[in-house]
Design a protein around this ligand. Structure first.
Ligand code: PRP
Length: 287
């Protein structure tokens, strides 16, 4: 299956915080496969794709080299690995910060406190550049994981690592000294496949689910002379669909509204005389 040239090779995080949300998103997007814990690949049973489970930080290099066609990884890792790949679609999970973290009782406020200190990290390139720009000399200790324990072990004075919920720092009695950057999870593909229709299809399928999860459809009836004001409150993802009603001077409107705003938009529409206001959740969509 892995050598089947007709199948797109799609890299997924084999472990870590991105694995489960990535698998869940792809399954919701209509790709059927069984992701067993220790399997290194899974064949998609309803499309020409084989999913390959690798380390999240190896995805950018594998995609750049072309041995893998596309994959899910963090934008932090694309930058750290200094890879040239195409960012196809930002995904709505795994947003994170790369931070300098120190022991909870660390009280220094200035970067000069790091001069000559040891910093453990899986992000040596980003870390080096960050401290170089501040004219601080540091000693980088490159790790492949479990970075948070390195201060307690006496190996490092500080760490640079990903923070998402902050649980890992708290569990290890560490705190954030400063943020280096904000990153997100992405679907990436190799530059050679930038315009490939198969990648475009994967993108559209995933995008359909991401939009469906963020938006609802609101339907309501309103007097035609209030339509412009109503459209200001709910302009829609694209423009609203408006149809005439039998009752003279009234129209029916269908519009997409960000799900977190639906209740306040419904209140505002009702206040301007709209009636029969219904919210419908979207299961999937193509726009
Ligand atoms: C990252 C990072 C931290 C953790 C932070 O590891 O290295 O350990 O997530 O997340 P939190 O703030 O929600 O606790 P990841 O799970 O991606 O796997 P890794 O250890 O293999 O890098």
């Amino acid at each position: 299956m892995i050598n089947d040239k007709n199948r797109i090779r799609f890299a997924l995080p084999g472990k870590g915080r991105l694995r489960e949300p990535a698998i869940e998103l792809l399954m919701k997007s209509g790709f059927n496969f069984r992701a067993k814990d220790r399997n290194l690949y899974a064949t998609c049973t309803n499309d020409d794709i084989v999913f390959i489970f690798v380390r999240t930080d190896d995805v950018p290099v594998l995609v750049q080299s072309g041995v893998i066609d596309c994959g899910i990884t963090g934008s932090d890792l694309v930058i750290e690995r200094q890879t040239e790949v195409k960012a196809v679609l930002p995904l709505d999970f795994g947003k994170c910060r790369l931070c300098v973290a120190v022991k909870e009782d660390f009280n220094e406020k200035n970067f000069s406190a790091f001069e000559g200190k040891k910093i453990a990290t899986s992000f040596p390139n980003i870390t080096k550049k960050f401290f170089q720009e501040k004219n601080i000399n540091i000693d980088i200790i490159e790790m492949n994981g479990s970075v948070e324990i390195m201060i307690a072990l006496g190996l490092a004075d500080a760490i640079v690592d990903i923070v998402e919920t902050g649980d890992s720092l708290r569990d290890n009695n560490l705190k954030i000294f400063c943020e280096i950057g904000n990153y997100e999870t992405q679907l990436i593909c190799s530059k050679a496949l930038a315009d490939d229709q198969r990648i475009e299809k994967i993108k559209k399928r995933i995008e359909g689910i991401l939009i469906a999860e963020k938006y609802s459809v609101l339907e309501y009836n309103i007097r035609e002379d209030r339509l412009k004001d109503a459209e200001k409150i709910a302009p829609g993802f694209e423009s609203p669909t408006v149809s005439k009603l039998d009752e003279e001077g009234w129209v029916a409107v269908k519009v997409m509204v960000p799900r977190k705003e639906t209740v306040s938009v419904m209140d505002a529409l009702a206040n301007m005389g709209a009636s029969a206001i219904f919210e419908t959740k979207i299961v999937n969509c193509r726009l």
